[in-house]
Design a protein around this ligand. Structure first.
Ligand code: ADP
Ligand code: ASP
Ligand code: MG
Length: 409
């Protein structure tokens, strides 16, 4: 069996913890498995490197920033490989150019195009453990790229997917982190959050894309597309974690599976725009051109030929977005642009919403009774999201967790 094991920053945060990881890897290997390990940078390292760059210039050159931040993962591969070798095992550290993990050239948020399974297969054939640097890739021109924050999850699942056609006796992708699995809400903010035994790819995707960072969103998409079983579990104990798998029939009997929160967005409102064809395009086209991803969009009812348009953008892009939209005011296409960075998005997710009605009503009632004002609402087939004031976020998550009876019995 092929076991791909990914260890996050906290799990490789100190030499002692790297020893602990090595023990687990050695044990997996001793059971007769082939093992590919994917490592993150040591805890705090990626942030430290970004801060170094920002001490030089506010917006570092994207190509050079990727060269810099990719080094964190390289350090971890070497340290883990050394540890395994010192224990008498065969191990080989591998960087992006060696596994030929080829991406497009979108620095800081590159998409994987292909991975050369040949290299990994030959390392495994020698009986060695492959230790791959997570997060990093290489573009067609040979530039170093990175896959976005939390990208090592995607490296691991994408490697499992690339190896799948070459594996005869099964494979699993294990994501080792600092919590015991995927919970009904972030266990670091909701004290009675409950660990889920399993969750469907689709639910995990909705949770991840609305703020649950235990898995990077793109890793879930890879898992879903290539049918890779993902086991999220703790690197500090042997407790079974959470399996992310295809949806099963009994999953629909649960209406709400989990609650996510996201403080990384900001709200913008463009006020008093002419309500006529093409206006939405004139607002969103320049943002798209600047590669700013727009999320929830609400257009208010038209009065006397004018309307207001509200939407959210990633908080890191907020100032840029406001600046771009000022042009609309200059061109007299809108009266003014206002925004709020202190918002949070709270979402409830569950495949059961497809067959059960009344979830939205229940959600809004619970928020109202807690005195939480809803600023924006958006829905998809299995998710309802609301934007609230950032200071109400924890209260909103808590009250919804209770309302949908997600806690430990
Ligand atoms: P790693 O460094 O191992 O990649 P991350 O910090 O990226 O770990 O992800 C793990 C964190 O995700 C946990 O510490 C937890 O605070 C957070 N998290 C948020 N929502 C959830 C959830 N529903 N279940 C589990 N963890 C969650
Ligand atoms: N080291 C990178 C980060 O901190 C990638 C990862 O840990 O997955 O985002
Ligand atoms: Mg992570």
């Amino acid at each position: 069996m092929l076991v791909v094991q990914k260890f996050g920053g906290t799990s490789v945060g100190t030499i002692d913890r790297i020893r602990n990881v090595a023990k687990r890897v050695a044990e997996t290997k001793s059971k007769g498995n082939d093992v590919v390990v994917v490592v993150s940078a040591m805890a705090g390292e990626t942030n430290r490197l970004i801060d170094l760059a920002k001490a030089i210039v506010k917006e570092p050159d994207p190509r050079e920033l990727d060269v810099l931040v990719s080094t964190g993962e390289q350090v971890s591969t070497a340290l883990l490989s050394m540890t395994l070798v010192s224990m008498g095992l065969k191990a080989r550290s591998l960087q992006n150019h060696q596994v030929r993990l080829v991406t497009d050239s979108t620095f800081a948020n590159a998409h994987i195009k292909r991975i050369d399974a040949q290299k990994l297969t030959s390392v495994l054939k020698e009986g060695a453990i492959a230790i791959v640097a997570g997060f990093q890739g290489i573009d067609e021109q040979g530039n170093i790229t990175t896959l976005g924050r939390g990208g090592s999850d995607t490296t691991a699942v994408a490697i499992a997917a690339a190896m799948k056609p070459h594996i005869k006796d099964g494979l699993v992708c294990e994501i080792y982190t600092d919590v015991d699995g995927v919970y009904t809400a972030d266990p670091n903010i909701v004290s009675d959050a409950r660990k889920l035994k399993q969750i469907s790819y689709e639910e995990m995707f909705e949770l991840a894309s609305s703020g649950t960072k235990v898995l990077q969103t793109r890793s879930v998409l890879y898992g879903m597309k290539f049918g890779i079983p993902i086991h999220v579990r703790s690197s500090f104990n042997d407790t079974e974690g959470t399996m992310v798998t295809n949806e099963t029939l009994d999953m629909e009997s649960v209406v709400v599976t989990g609650i996510s929160h996201d403080k990384n967005e900001a709200k913008i409102t463009v006020l008093h725009v002419h309500d006529k064809p093409g206006i939405a395009h004139s607002i969103f086209a320049p943002l798209a051109e600047a590669e700013i991803v727009v999320d929830m969009i609400i257009q208010s009812a038209s009065t006397e030929g004018h309307t207001d348009m509200s939407f959210t953008v990633p908080r890191g892009d907020y100032k840029r977005a406001i600046h771009i939209l000022q042009d609309l005011v200059k061109q007299k296409k809108a009266a003014w642009v206002v925004g709020d960075e202190k918002i949070a998005k709270v979402s409830v997710v569950g495949v059961g919403m497809r067959t059960h009605s009344g979830v939205a009503a229940k959600m809004f009632k619970a928020l109202a009774s807690a005195g939480v004002n809803i600023q924006m609402i958006s829905t998809s087939e299995i998710k309802i999201s609301v934007v609230v004031n950032e200071k109400d976020m924890k209260k909103a998550v808590d009250v919804l967790h209770k309302e949908f009876e997600l806690g430990n019995e």
